[in-house]
Ligand binder design. Structure first.
Ligand code: KIV
Ligand code: NA
Length: 263
């Protein structure tokens, strides 16, 4: 199997072929997504919300990200694996950001890091890429900035967002993730860039799409953003299985003869 690399992604963009990306946080899920042909697996700091049950992405630590990244990196045979730098690792000094980011390549089998921010991250992106660490930038809605922004909002400032993406590209980012912007802005950024764009809530014009896996398979409860398409209802599947098991246990029909050692 041929590994997806930064060059593969550039080739896909130049051929007009769309890039698929999903989040992954553990070995078995990552293995299935990889076998399904997903191009990029993201060990997202959304881990804090969809796995650990926190209200924002802020609580997850670098050590926790590395623990999950190592599992995903070991499971992925074809996909490129990108790991989020959690708050505030990508906002500290350039030296500290470089220290944290290098642990991803040193301690896991993952291939790149993702850093929230555009123009203000140019110096850090350049330092990381110079050191041999591929960087995916993340512009538009920045979940790590929620307390400054006062909530999650749709990006509408086209000039600023295009400038952010261009600055990230100039600094050496191999791709730019765009979160929650209008369709027109998703298209404007994609038209302005030479490197691939990956959108979430950014319309159909970006070079690729990403979703939080737990959202798209129905493993999250409560509010689901309108940009999510739900492809399965695993919560229902899991609940049914657990209820049937509970009934079988209380009826004493599990275990049956085939599930029992007779000798
Ligand atoms: O952490 C994450 O899952 C992300 C996606 C929303 C792209 O950054
Ligand atoms: Na993230």
């Amino acid at each position: 199997i041929k590994r997806v690399t930064t060059r593969t992604l550039q080739n896909l963009k130049s051929r007009g072929q769309r890039i698929s990306m999903l989040t992954a946080y553990d070995f078995p899920t990552a293995a299935v997504l990889d076998e399904a042909g997903i191009d990029i697996l993201l060990v997202g700091d959304s881990l804090a919300m969809v796995v650990a049950g926190h209200e924002t992405t802020l609580p997850v630590t670098m050590d926790q990200m590395l623990y999950h990244a190592e599992m995903v990196g070991r499971a992925a045979r074809r996909a490129m694996v990108v790991v989020d730098l959690p708050f505030p690792e990508g906002q500290l000094s350039i030296e500290q950001t470089l220290q944290s980011a290098s642990r991803v390549l040193k301690e896991t089998r993952c291939h790149a890091v993702k850093l929230e921010g555009g123009a203000e991250q140019a110096a850090r992106i350049e330092a990381l890429v110079t050191a041999g660490i591929p960087v995916m930038a993340h512009v538009g809605l920045r979940p790590q900035n929620i307390h400054v922004d006062g909530g999650y909002r749709i990006g509408r400032d086209q000039q600023r967002l295009v400038d952010d993406a261009l600055a990230a590209q100039s600094a050496g980012a191999f791709a730019v993730l765009i979160e929650c912007v209008t369709n027109a802005i998703g298209k404007a950024i994609t038209d302005a860039l030479d490197v691939p764009t990956i959108g979430i809530g950014a319309g159909p014009s970006t070079d690729g799409q990403v979703l939080v896996t737990n959202d798209m398979v129905g493993l999250t409860s409560g509010y689901l953003p309108t940009f999510v398409r739900k492809y399965a209802d695993l919560q229902e599947v899991l609940k049914n299985a657990a209820q049937q098991y509970r009934n079988d246990v209380s009826d004493n029909t599990f275990p049956g003869p085939d599930e029992t050692f007779e000798s």
